[in-house]
Design a protein around this ligand. Sequence first.
Ligand code: MLT
Length: 325
Amino acid sequence: MFSLRRLAAALVIATAAATSAQAQTYPDKPITLVVPFAAGGPSDVIARLLGQSMSATLGQQVVIENVAGAGGTTAAGRVAKAPADGYTLLIHHVALAAGASLYPKLGYDTNTAFQPLGLVNYGPFVLAAKNGFEPNTAAELFAKLKKDGPSVNVAHAGVGSGSHLCGLMLTQALGIQVTYVPYKGTGPAMNDLVGGQVDVLCDQTTNAIPQVTGGKVKAYAVTSNKRIEQLPNLPTVVEAGIPGFEVTVWHGLYAPAGTPAPVVTKLHGALQTALADATIQKRFSDLGTLLFPADQRSPEALGAYLKGEVARWGEAVAKAGVKGE
Ligand code: MLT
């Protein structure tokens, strides 16, 4: 006897069976890992390290796709709308949280559009300048910014990017304005800082440490609450005279919301294998970035962390009176 109820039940069973079968064979084609900034920057470097390891674990190619724009929200929007099948992933950082308040027409809800897979790393920024920039200490830099702020060109990777948020917090603390120069990522921004085309850049340690130790740029301070062992002579911004100043960048790995649980489990497991890899741990350590403790690496922990950061940056952005395009 035909009934709508029986048809609906049959459809539910068939869909569940199809999802389960898909999850069992997952992954059976290459996976795209979307990076919200240009190649060569800190997010790209971390994505490639993770991608290489996860590819070996999952037995499928992990293809890095750099999708820059709008402080990292263009990439987030791309993944938010991708099929929830585990073949399109997103690595993102603090900009994903801040973007929720900076961009009124995102086209996705930051807190519900993604399936968190796990927290990856966190660390400070380095306040750096082109060689030849006259200030030699952080205090001299702050004095220069207070005196000539509007004529100082400060690079960033788009409104809401980590480098932009760091610059924003600094200009807020000093009560000044500067001239911002946007790039598609701090990879190209750092190239221009090394080349002297731009004056100042607040960049993640992962990108800054090699340039500072190589003498390619000047460094003034780190934005953590204590000095970092890779640049032990660099004071914190607090030591340099701005009480309570701390800006941290953190990366998380995401899939689109609705990704089947067995696929999430496989991806989460491959991420944990990558984070346990001694080579990756050494590389992260050399680049001045830290891994989250093991008890903060569940998908749920990333979801809670993201929600907290969305709220926190919402307050900071409102206070700064800044909006993205
Ligand atoms: C990058 O990877 O280019 C940076 O993370 C961009 C930024 O957030 O400043």
